[in-house]
Design a protein around this ligand. Sequence first.
Ligand code: ADP
Ligand code: MG
Length: 387
Amino acid sequence: MSGGRAQAELAVAELRTTWGSEPDGVWTAPGRVNLIGEHVDYTGGRCLPMALTRVTAAAVRRRDDDRVRISSTDPDAAPFEGTLADLGPGQVSGWAAYAAGTLWSLQQAGVEVPGLDVAVSSDVPLGAGLSSSASLEAAVALSAAELAGRADDRELRHLLIQAAIRAENEVVGAGTGGMDQTVALLAEGGSALLIHTRDSRTEPVQLGLAEAGLELMVIDTRVSHTLADGQYAQRRADCEEAARQLGLEWLSDATPADVARLGDPRLQARTRHVVTENQRVDEVVELVRAGRVAEIGALLDGSHTSLRDDYEVSAVELDVVVVAARAAGALGARMVGGGFGGSAIALIRSTDAQAVGDAVTAACRDRGLTLPGILTVTSGPAARRLS
Ligand code: ADP
Ligand code: MG
């Protein structure tokens, strides 16, 4: 938990120097990594993310007026100043939209948000696919709700999830399914969170990675192929069309036989990914619950192949790091997140961390690719008040 404490101290220092305020409290919320269940959240499927010990901390002071001031220790993030009345769509842009937008959507949900001084600090790498955005939203949301006098219970957490999703979709203008916000607000330390995206039901799944001598490595390719921006919408459209042709409300209800019934090879491939990925989630959950987490590697590999060949959202950088990690001893590896760059994960024996990291870096260097960022991550708890 030291990461959380360190970020909390940095956020408090930021609050003092930028806004001259003493905090009423400090809240943290975690980043996340998705173990398996990729590109199925918008088809009513299942995913298995894990919250990290890496967090965004928010030091927050309640004000007596209607002003809202938000700053970040991130050097690229200019401080924001406004009032409670101008935090909504079209009124805030850039990084502050994640925080201000969350305050706006909380107001829309009936929370009487007071004027606030906010300072945030995060050790979730920004834009690396570990969901710094939802951790920022969740930390700000929980702080504002508690300072508005709301009791922190299950009902509130569900309200905060919806508010954070709404902020990111409507104020930031980024399409997000809701996995990130759900895990940031409902995860349990030491466990992954099985999310049934159709009805937002969640079940903790005890991981036992450390007990098995294993670690999860995140390999950030540090590339993002921006030409691919329209691809996410195209994949969603493919899934909607396939579901329509099959007469299904949710494409995740398709069967292997349904895949064969589709005439168009592209829709067949997209649907095959959705069907097999949901099966892989179920198999991973079964293995993990049976205490056999070391055996999930092949399913991670299968997910990567499916995302690369059937869903066509990988990138050369992702394929290179995944192959290099496996060759250096990883038990399994796959791309995570939207694709076309971003990060991959590898399941490794703790003793192999150095060797795998070195091999991945060497493979990128040999290919003339951008050198990746490499970190190992462990499971942490959901958003909470630290002090
Ligand atoms: P990810 O969520 O995978 O990190 P996103 O693109 O969804 O990537 O969100 C990253 C963006 O969130 C950053 O570019 C920045 O605008 C904002 N952000 C997240 N955390 C912070 C922070 N601590 N300070 C400033 N901005 C942040
Ligand atoms: Mg994000």
